[in-house]
Write a protein that binds this ligand. Structure first.
Ligand code: GDP
Ligand code: MG
Length: 163
């Protein structure tokens, strides 16, 4: 069985963009509007010589942001539980939001290893967000640009011990 990597994070941080890049097919919808990924999608991913299953989650894309944890959020939590490693993605340009902090809180308590990924990290606009990400109490944020394919060597190195 292939190792499993779950991508989690609030809407619009670039989870589906990374999923598409690693799977190499447009299996996940990418959209400027949050909430496009309606449920979890899975595919087989390659990153250099690493071969794994990848899960693109949408658990925090509840239509009502005020709603209590619902079915989709529970799906995300299940995806993380079942994964060998979770990629927790934040938007390094936008900076942290309460939802990022909320997700980080339960990921810190999860038994699944977590790699913190600061996406949209191309250019200087991401520097403050990457610095701020240290406050999440996870490990060093990994700077990535899913759209431009930057940071994939660092992602490879971070994933390798878990795969
Ligand atoms: P998801 O909701 O987390 O799955 O996010 P998506 O993958 O749908 O992406 C949301 C938006 O962010 C889209 O407009 C993407 O084109 C954009 N995006 C994704 N990755 C990057 C990146 O590395 N840099 C920048 N600047 N934009 C990105
Ligand atoms: Mg998505």
């Amino acid at each position: 069985m292939l190792p499993i990597v779950a991508i989690v994070g609030r809407p619009n941080v670039g989870k589906s963009t990374l999923f598409n890049r690693l799977v190499g097919k447009k299996l996940a919808l990418v959209d400027d509007q949050p909430g496009v990924t309606r449920d979890r999608r899975e595919g087989e991913a390659n990153l250099l010589d690493l071969h794994f299953r990848i899960v693109d989650t949408a658990g925090y894309e509840d239509e009502d942001p005020q709603s209590l944890p619902g079915r989709m959020r529970r799906q995300t939590e299940a995806a993380v539980r079942d994964a060998d490693v979770a990629l927790f993605m934040i938007d390094a340009r936008a900076g942290l939001t309460p939802l990022d902090e909320d997700i980080a809180r339960w990921l810190r308590e999860s038994d699944t290893p977590v790699i913190l990924v600061g996406n949209k990290a191309e250019g200087k606009a991401a520097e403050d967000g990457l610095l701020e990400a240290w406050s999440l109490g996870l490990d060093e944020p990994l700077a990535l640009s899913a759209e431009h394919g930057q940071g994939l060597a660092e992602l490879y190195q971070a994933l390798m011990p878990h795969i």
